[in-house]
Design a binder for this molecule. Structure first.
Ligand code: TYC
Length: 102
């Protein structure tokens, strides 16, 4: 194979299109029992929000029933859901965290 053929072969391989990975929303659901301060703490601890943004999202969930905490790859979203659910359970709060294909 000539040097030119080799270069063409490489260019053909690079032209193959790949689909972008699907993203997933991680959401918190409202309930009547979890304290507002606990939800704000969760948003700061697991989603790296400052207190102002965390308060905004908590109030959205409280008023509208659900709210988006972030958009992640499937594995990262699943880990967030597990970490938040474990943390809430350990503190004996019914806070629900779910993921949804974007
Ligand atoms: N509704 C709760 C209360 O009044 C607060 C709350 C907000 C609970 C968001 C869950 O995901 C939630 N204490």
């Amino acid at each position: 194979m000539s040097a030119q053929d080799q270069q063409e072969a490489v260019l053909e391989t690079e032209a193959v299109q790949v689909e972008p990975p699907h993203l997933y929303k991680v959401l918190l659901l409202n309930d009547d029992y979890t304290p507002m301060d606990f939800v704000i703490h969760v948003l700061q601890r697991f989603f790296a929000m400052n207190r102002e943004h965390a308060t905004e999202i908590m109030l959205k969930v409280h008023c509208e029933g659900r709210g988006v905490c972030g958009l992640f790859s499937r594995d990262v979203a699943a880990t967030k859901v597990e970490q938040v659910s474990d943390f809430a359970r350990r503190h004996q709060h019914p806070l629900a965290c779910v993921m949804e294909k974007n």
